[in-house]
Design a protein around this ligand. Structure first.
Ligand code: SF4
Ligand code: SF4
Length: 283
């Protein structure tokens, strides 16, 4: 189904352009995305550094240079089911990832199609190498979360237990701003994903500078090698991350503490180890 949707990521734009007040249109687009099934929605000024150079999977020909000049991106998160993530690296997490990629693709295609009927260009970017933009840094710019040690975007409500979707467009919208809620500081001390990563792909030391950005660079080849070994897309890092826990009252209170207090961050790392263990058992 995702393959079929790649033929519908773009299309003709209505000739009559509807007048669009950026603030009202931003609210409308966010509401529409949520009604279609998105968990959180943000708008980013599209940084050309986050546009890929060459086409992956269609509708344009494989390997052709990408010509994408949209100014803005609408990006959103969809939630991954906790019970499925808790079984990582076994099959349920791969099935859940595919399910949420499909949902994100359907939302993106519907959103882009709606924007084009308003008379503005819009392209959906969907899973299966159809993306023409890198979604995690764009979602970061839109204020949907912080980038943590394991390389995923960590959202305030669901941590890394999300998938991302997006649409690029020239529809007048108001961009958001990056947010911080303690993830980077928490990751400095936590290191749980690095300790539990079976391929050693996640660095356990300090951040390093990669092309001018300070980050924990993931060894993607090592990660992918492990995916091939187990036959799923692993996700152990997502499973063990304290930010991925479900939104029970206790976890919501802990997150509020983590957001505001460095001391709460230290205590909650110890508490997480006590309750969930420092190392998970893979059965
Ligand atoms: S998906 Fe698995 S192998 Fe890849 S970084 Fe996460 S824990 Fe490591
Ligand atoms: S497991 Fe810990 S170190 Fe890894 S991303 Fe989550 S909070 Fe950061």
């Amino acid at each position: 189904m995702i393959e079929d949707l790649t033929t519908r990521v773009d299309g003709s734009t209505a000739e009559a352009r509807q007048p669009a007040d950026p603030r009202r249109m931003t609210a409308t687009i966010k509401t529409l995305a949520r009604r279609l099934g998105a968990d959180d929605v943000g708008i980013a000024q599209l940084n050309p550094q986050f546009v890929y150079a060459h086409v992956g999977r269609g509708p344009e020909p494989w390997g052709a240079p990408i010509e994408l000049h949209h100014r803005l991106a609408v990006v959103f998160t969809v939630e991954m089911d906790f019970a499925a993530v808790a079984q990582a690296p076994r099959l349920p997490i791969a099935r859940e990832a595919a399910h949420q990629y499909l949902k994100a693709a359907q939302i993106s295609v519907a959103l882009a199609s709606h924007i084009r009927t308003l008379g503005y260009p819009a392209r959906a970017h969907i899973a299966g190498s159809n993306y023409q933009i890198m979604l995690p840094p764009v979602a970061h710019d839109a204020g949907l979360g912080e980038l943590g040690r394991m390389g995923y975007l960590s959202s305030p409500r669901l941590g890394g237990r999300i998938r991302l979707g997006g649409v690029t467009t020239d529809l007048p919208l108001v961009p958001g701003r990056p947010i911080a809620f303690g993830v980077q500081d928490f990751c400095e001390r936590c290191r749980k994903c690095a300790i539990n990563c079976p391929s050693g792909a996640i660095p356990s030391g300090p951040r390093s500078t990669v092309r001018g950005v300070e980050k924990w660079p993931l060894d993607i080849e090592q990660c992918l090698r492990y995916w091939r070994l187990v036959g799923t897309d692993c996700g152990l890092c997502m499973r063990v991350c304290p930010f991925s826990h479900p939104g029970t009252l206790v976890h919501r209170l802990v997150r509020a503490g983590v957001r505001h207090s460095p001391i709460a961050r230290r205590i909650s790392i110890a508490g997480d180890d006590l309750l969930y263990g420092r190392r998970v058992q893979i059965r």
